[in-house]
Structures are given as structure tokens and as C-alpha cells.
Design a protein around this ligand. Structure first.
Ligand code: GLN
Length: 498
């Protein structure tokens, strides 16, 4: 019998339904696991110890009264700290929001409450989700459970590490340029960025509104499917959320990928991709082939312009979105030291924001300013269209595209903090999906010298079910997703295979 914190959502849901375990026991097991490893991992900004136990108790009560509950009822979950939680601080790992307590829940959080999920806490991120390593958190860096000297990726590094370390069964993150998929790749978790509009962004603290999406972290495709099911669908509070039926994601996991047309973009196997990553991904593609997929090469010719276009568009939108943190309405305010209003706002922001956030605000303000708008912002938007057209063309021939999620495995803490450009390049394969609005998933695809390698699958808009089906089929013939990080002295392979 595996430890309770090692169970999958479906296993735990089964045991809960049969009343063989209680939600309180399951929550306690995770809290004990947190107590055991959190000193090393540091995934959480806030833990909700008593509140989580009370939620679990209430859930057990409802079940004992005979209420029929869904698969997430009683499941312990972690939430990225840029998702608003009523009555619980939502810091974005920024000094400027350190003491901000939202008066409302994000729609995804409200839906999780309805589904009966137990929120264990709020997870660390790069400040305002800007970064690829979680080192831009104003509070502390999160460590990678696979090697505590390395980063978990970012910006949703806290959520990724929490799931990888068994501190939470599943978690939510946000992905603007790769912030769910890249940490997923670096921590051996299943990490899905849905189609733009599939999940409501209401209550997600905005970074770049035309790119942001909320997505699940899990240790299997099935668990990711169950979590996506709970959060997907139209929300009148988010005008960009799409009013289209949500398919049954778990039902799509047939295990069958015979005849699936898999495209391998030549541009995703270029210099800069570590040999160990390339090798693992090539082997994974062979595995898909052996399962009956038809693999062929394709081209996404504008890939190399993605990072440049993103670093105009995302900062431009962030400079507008972050203008609201002025010390007046909410958040941190530098009182008593300012000569006038301008001085007050400027000192508050100078103090409240970290270096990377300031860099983005300045970049974005510059790119949008009169005289530069045409040269930068407009050009970047045109490039965005070309990148989208690359995908449209590729999907005429292929059902999914496959390649590495990240060009490297987890890097050492501090390795890229002095060189923002090197950090930005880590997102070269994840950014295009955000620019095009299509869904992408990173799944455990192998290992390179003991560190996880993520396999990224991309599909046309609203084909999350297809991504999950391929991910699940791959899991049925591989065991990467079942391994536990030894750095935390977990038992390797202790989790049951389905
Ligand atoms: N790493 C990218 C950035 O720094 C993407 C972040 C994200 O997806 N939130 O902007």
C-alpha cells in the first residue's frame, strides 16, 4: 500500500467513496508530508492548516449524510498565489501585494470549492508570474525536489514542486509563456495549458491578459483531466472565456493512438537543446510510433521569432495591467515619506516591485510609447499572426505536434539570474502556443542524468481531450510519471500502476 500522499486522484476518490479513508485523514497525510519536506522544497507561501482540516471535516460530514460527491471531493490541492482566494492572502510573491487579502474567489477557486476540493495552501511563484525559475519570488526561491540545488522552473514553480514532492495531489498554475508546462517538465509532472478561453481568468491576477491561462499540474494525465473538468467552461465574469460545451476529458482516455498523425517540428530540435533532452524526446517519439502513431516531420518556420514577439507583447500588456498598483487602492503603500502624489506613487512602486517586474514595466511602456508603437508592438502582433499561421498549416497535416517542452533540464539555482536573456530563451518552445492561443501539455518524457525531461504535445484549439488521450496512452507504456524524487528519500516506484 502506497502512502496516502502518493495516491492518484482517482485512487483517492475511490477510497473516499468507499469510506475506507476520510478526507481529514487524506488532508492530514499531506500536511504531514508538507511538514516533512517543506523545509527543503519551500513550495508554499501560505499553508491553510486549520482551514483545510475544517473543509475536509465538512466534506466527510456531507459524505456521511449520503450526499453524492464528485471525483475531487476531499482531494487536497495547492493553488498558485496569483489566484484570488477570499479571505486568504494572494501575494503574487510580490512585496506590493504581500498583505493583500482578496474579498472574492477566482472562478477556478470557487469551482474547486463547489467540487469539494480541499485547498492546502498558496504556492510560490516568480513575482507576478514573470520568470522561468521561481527565483524572482520576493520571498524565497522554491527548490526542485529532484535536486535541491536546482530550480523547479517557473513561474508556477511552487505548484510544480508541491505536486512532484507529494505535498499536494494536484495543483493549479498559470501559463502566459510556459509557466505551467516548463516547471512541469523540470519536475516530472503532467502540466497542461488549456486553449485561451477554455478556463475563466476571473480572479487570476493579470500579467498579460491576451496570453494568460490557468492550468492543472498532476502526476498523471487522468488526474489532470479530472482537474481540468472541474475548472473549464464559460464564465460570465470573463468575457474572453468561451461559451462552448466542455467534453468529458476522462472519458477521452481510450489508450488508443493508432493512426494518430504526429508532427515533429524541425525547429524544435536545434542547437541549444541539450543532448540528453534531445535523446529522451527522440526515444519518446519512438515509443509513440510503436503504439501506432504515424510520425512525420513538419515545420514551424517562425518559431525563432516567438521569444522576441513575446517580450514585446507580454511586457506591453503587463505595463498596463500593473499600473493599478499605485499604493492608493490596495496593496503596499509607502506612507509618510512622499512630497506629493507623484512622488508617493513612484516611491511605492520603486519599493514594492522587484527588478524583473520593473524591467518588464519599462520595456512595455517603451514599446507602447508614441513613435515606438509601430516599430515594436505592431510588428510583434504581426509576428504573432504568422506564428499562429504556422500552427494552422501544421495542423492541416497533423493531429498533434511533439517536441521538448524546454531545451534544458532543471538548471542550478543562480545559474541564469544575472542574464535575463538566457532565462527568456528557456521558453522558446512554450511561448508559441500562448501567442497562437492553442493548448499544450508537458508530460514526463524520460530522464537525462537523473533529471526529468518534459515532452510537449501541442494540439489545435479546444483539443485538450486529444492531448490528454496521447498523454495517457504514453503513460500506459512508460513508467516515468510513477517515479518519485529520491532527493526527498521517497520510495521509488511505490505508487501502484493502473
Ligand atoms: N517565463 C515567461 C516569462 O517570464 C513565462 C511566464 C509565464 O508563463 N507566466 O514571462
Amino acid at each position: 500500500m502506497p502512502e496516502l500522499w502518493q495516491l492518484s486522484v482517482s485512487e483517492a476518490a475511490d477510497l473516499l467513496r468507499r469510506r475506507e479513508i476520510s478526507a481529514v485523514e487524506l488532508t492530514r497525510a499531506h500536511q504531514e508530508r508538507i511538514a516533512q519536506v517543506e523545509g527543503n522544497v519551500r513550495a508554499f507561501v501560505t499553508t491553510l492548516d486549520d482551514q483545510a482540516l475544517r473543509d475536509a471535516e465538512r466534506l466527510d460530514q456531507r459524505r456521511s449524510e449520503g450526499e453524492q460527491l464528485g471525483p475531487l471531493a476531499g482531494i487536497p490541492i495547492a493553488i498558485k498565489d496569483n489566484l484570488c482566494t477570499r479571505g486568504v492572502t494572494t501575494t503574487c510573491s510580490s512585496r506590493i501585494l504581500e498583505h493583500f487579502t482578496p474579498p472574492y474567489d477566482a472562478t477556478v477557486v470557487a469551482r474547486l470549492h463547489e467540487a469539494g476540493a480541499v485547498i492546502l495552501g498558496k504556492t510560490n511563484l516568480d513575482e507576478f508570474a514573470m520568470g522561468s525559475s521561481t527565483e524572482n519570488s520576493a520571498f524565497f526561491p522554491t527548490r526542485n525536489p529532484w535536486d535541491l540545488g536546482r530550480v523547479p522552473g517557473g513561474s508556477s514553480g511552487g505548484s510544480a514542486s508541491a505536486v512532484a514532492a507529494g505535498e499536494a495531489m494536484v495543483a493549479l498554475g498559470s501559463d502566459t509563456g510556459g509557466s505551467v508546462r516548463q516547471p512541469g517538465a523540470l519536475t516530472n509532472t503532467v502540466a497542461l495549458k488549456p486553449t485561451y478561453g477554455r478556463v475563466s481568468r476571473f480572479g487570476l491576477v493579470a500579467f498579460a491578459s491576451s496570453l494568460d491561462q490557468i492550468g492543472p499540474f498532476a502526476r498523471s494525465a487522468r488526474d489532470a483531466a479530472l482537474l481540468l473538468q472541474a475548472i473549464a467552461g464559460h464564465d460570465p465574469f470573463d468575457s474572453t472565456s468561451v461559451d462552448a460545451p466542455v467534453p468529458d476529458y476522462a472519458a477521452a482516455l481510450s489508450g488508443d493512438i493508432k493512426g494518430l498523425r504526429v508532427g515533429v517540428p524541425a525547429e524544435y530540435f536545434v542547437e541549444g537543446v541539450e543532448p540528453g533532452v534531445r535523446q529522451a524526446v527522440e526515444e519518446a517519439i519512438e515509443t509513440l510510433k510503436a503504439q501506432g502513431a504515424e510520425v512525420g516531420e513538419c515545420s514551424l518556420p517562425h518559431t525563432r521569432y516567438g521569444v522576441a514577439a513575446y517580450y514585446i507583447i507580454a511586457p506591453a500588456e503587463c505595463s498596463a495591467n500593473l499600473a493599478r498598483y499605485d499604493g492608493v487602492k490596495y496593496g503596499f503603500a509607502l506612507r509618510g515619506e512622499a512630497d506629493d502624489l507623484i512622488d508617493f506613487v513612484s516611491k511605492t512602486r520603486a519599493h514594492g516591485f522587484g527588478a524583473e517586474v520593473k524591467r518588464r514595466i519599462m520595456l512595455g511602456t517603451y514599446a507602447l510609447s508614441s513613435g515606438y508603437y509601430d516599430a515594436y508592438y505592431l510588428q510583434a502582433e504581426k509576428m504573432r499572426t504568422l506564428i499562429k499561421q504556422d500552427f494552422d498549416q501544421a495542423f492541416e497535416q497533423f493531429d498533434v505536434l511533439v517536441g521538448p517542452t524546454s531545451p534544458t533540464v532543471a538548471f542550478e539555482l543562480g545559474a541564469k539570474t544575472a542574464d535575463p536573456y538566457a532565462m527568456y530563451l528557456n521558453d522558446v518552445f512554450t511561448i508559441p502556443a500562448n501567442l497562437a492561443g492553442i493548448p499544450g501539455i508537458s508530460i514526463p518524457g524520460g530522464f537525462s542524468e537523473g533529471l526529468p525531461v518534459g515532452l510537449q504535445l501541442l494540439a489545435p484549439a479546444f483539443e485538450e481531450a486529444r492531448l490528454l488521450r496521447v498523454a495517457d496512452a504514453f503513460e500506459r507504456v512508460t513508467d516515468y510519471h510513477t517515479r518519485w524524487p529520491e532527493a526527498l528519500n521517497a520510495k521509488r516506484g511505490a505508487r501502484k500502476r493502473r
